[in-house]
Design a binder for this molecule. Structure first.
Ligand code: C2O
Ligand code: CU
Length: 531
């Protein structure tokens, strides 16, 4: 099926408004393009080489008074220029002025102090709104005052000093903007990057160095002059027609005939993917959001929403040199698809000699390692809470309430208040067939117990912090509220939903009205640079 952009958007709009009215779930629709570029400027698949974002160097690494290693980093949020569209340049706003931003790579046990400077223009040109920021390290159990709380903003020309503990097991996490009502625009403008936590277990089992490849996948649409354009279809979702991997349109990567590890992050504003290989061969899933999966899973494709990370191995040793293997997107319900959104990138197999002394060159591990989240038993849960993800009163809500209600309560209102070290089951429910919600719970790693009463998909059987809450799905997750007391956010990771206003909070070990030593806004506010 192919149709004009206008028709597609009308149908997309019907999916948003009409599903409740019509009661009919909408499957994905296709159209030519969302971009307004002239044909000669429209990027085409498999023309651009894949690039790997630079790894950020610390300004210094020292031992603190307790003998622990602490690395100090600094990142400036800056305007930059990107070459995405042939013949035109695109203004982006990124960490150190690039998209994706620099990768942070850290060993478990080394703490990080990060100074984040907001040197962005006063207004975001996408819509002329004030360019405040707040940085969230998604997948880290950080203290509330360093967790990118939506209203803990860094105004222009100010900075904030974040502290990251890095005591958790190895994992692929990411830092991205989280400013109140501005998350979609800010992330779309370029404020997103990967952060890799390493540990000895993962080092021994999985490919390292240039065989350990970050792939940040996003979608975008462009105006005629090559600038980014933004259209969230009345706050339902943004569906770009150009698929970017590490900021390049449908890139190509040369690979040796060996096993590679890919850290796939979906940093799209709204789009979900179903990744598959053109050969039909399976991927070996070795890690989920919170790190290694206890038992590796072979899957021919998987459903991957915004915010989720999957680490997969692909064994290129079975292909002849000269073979091209495409990474494709089979798409999911309630996405808007265009001519080339079914393609993601390509791998060109080369005859470059393989170092067979590195055992990971041909190892597809079967058993990896368990973790706190994956060792929990449902019988340990003291409470089961229900969270309903809904559309009500013209807003996206959780249990009928939104971030506005949290703001109006002076940031006191919470959806749940587990005690420190409590284990609970949360039952997440999406009664609609018209949309899906990627649900992200801050602070915790959770285990998915069931989806609509059935076991989770094979690839989801590892520690998670975002779960794909699909159409008419009820998902039960199990987690322990450990490490820190304080208030943390829970929200939909379809960013226009999050911004309007499907976000709320829970508190751990804290009662409303009592003083909170980890107040997410007051404890460590943004400040001007020290002279
Ligand atoms: Cu990736 Cu609260 O977000
Ligand atoms: Cu949502």
């Amino acid at each position: 099926m192919s149709m004009s952009r206008r028709t597609a958007l009308k149908i997309g709009g019907a999916g948003f408004l009409g599903a409740a009215v019509l009661g009919a779930p909408l499957t994905s629709v296709e159209a030519k393009s969302a971009s307004r570029l002239d044909a000669r400027n429209m990027p085409a698949p498999f023309r651009t080489p894949l690039t790997i974002p630079p790894v950020l160097s610390p300004e210094k690494t020292e031992r603190d008074a307790d003998g622990r290693l602490v690395s100090s980093y600094r990142i400036k949020q800056l305007q930059g220029k990107a070459n995405i569209v042939p013949g035109l340049s695109t203004t982006i706003f990124g960490y150190n002025g690039i998209f994706p931003g620099p990768t942070v790579s850290v060993e478990q046990g080394t703490r990080i102090n990060l100074r984040m400077d907001n040197y962005l223009p006063v207004f975001n040109p996408l819509d002329g709104q004030v360019f405040n920021t707040s940085t969230h390290l998604h997948g880290s159990a950080s203290l509330p005052q360093f967790d990118g709380y939506a209203n803990d903003i860094i105004p222009k020309d100010m900075c904030k000093d974040y502290e990251y503990p890095n005591f958790q097991p190895a994992r692929t996490i990411w830092y991205h903007d989280h400013a109140v009502h501005r998350t979609a625009h800010n992330v779309y403008s370029g404020l997103a990057a990967q952060y890799h936590m390493h540990d000895p277990v993962e080092r021994a089992l999985l490919p390292q160095g240039k065989f350990d490849v970050p792939l940040t996948v996003s979608d975008a649409m462009f105006a005629k002059d090559g600038s980014l354009s933004f259209d969230d279809n009345s706050q339902s979702g943004l569906w770009g027609d150009v698929i970017l991997v590490n900021g390049a349109p449908w890139p190509v990567m040369k690979v040796q005939r060996r096993v590679y590890r890919f850290r796939i992050l979906n940093a799209s504003i709204s789009r979900s993917y179903r990744f598959a290989l053109s050969t039909g061969d399976a991927f070996t899933v070795v890690a989920t959001d919170g790190g290694l999966i206890p038992v590796a899973q072979q899957v021919p494709n998987w459903r991957h929403s915004s915010g989720e990370r999957y680490e997969v191995l692909i064994d290129f040793s079975k292909y002849a040199a000269g073979k091209r293997v495409e990474l494709r997107n089979l798409s999911n319900k309630n996405n808007v698809d265009y001519d080339f959104t079914n393609k993601v990138m390509a791998f060109d197999v080369t005859d470059e000699p393989v170092n067979t002394a590195d055992h990971t060159w041909k190892t597809l591990p079967k058993v990896l390692t368990s973790s706190t989240a994956m060792s929990l038993k449902a019988s340990q849960a003291g409470k089961t809470r229900k969270m309903r993800f809904d559309r009500s009163g013209g807003r996206w809500t959780i249990n009928g309430s939104s971030w506005e209600d949290v703001v109006d309560s002076g940031f006191q209102k919470v959806l749940a208040n587990p005690r420190l070290n409590d284990t609970e089951i949360w039952e997440l429910e999406n009664k609609s067939g018209g949309w899906f919600h990627p649900v992200h719970i801050h602070l915790v790693d959770f285990q998915i117990l069931s989806r609509n009463g059935r076991p989770p998909f094979a690839y989801e059987r590892g520690p998670k912090d975002v779960v794909y809450l699909g159409e008419n799905e009820t998902v039960r997750v199990l987690m322990k509220f450990e490490h820190h007391r304080g208030r943390y956010m829970i929200h939909c990771h379809n960013l226009p939903h999050e911004d309007h206003d499907m976000m709320n909070q829970f508190s751990v070990g804290y009662t409303a009205g009592t003083p909170d030593p980890n107040d997410p806004i007051a404890t460590a506010p943004a400040h001007y640079e020290n002279p």
